[in-house]
Design a protein around this ligand. Structure first.
Ligand code: ZN
Length: 59
């Protein structure tokens, strides 16, 4: 879990994930605005299609 710290005094403000936050540090009063970088998909859909076509034609 990522830790969000004050940019000015480095106080731990909270832990967790966020998209966009605006938080005022209780210690120094610095207003921190942060926005998370765009999430990149960890893995592309690697659903292997089972193309098992039956070519064997028995006559
Ligand atoms: Zn601070």
């Amino acid at each position: 879990m990522p830790e969000i710290r004050c940019l000015k005094c480095n106080k731990l403000l909270f832990k967790g994930q966020f998209i966009e936050i605006e938080v005022k540090c209780p210690r120094c009063g610095h207003l921190s605005k942060m926005s998370a970088p765009e999430r990149q998909p960890k893995s592309k859909a690697h659903a292997k299609t089972n193309n098992r076509q039956c070519h064997t034609i028995l006559r």
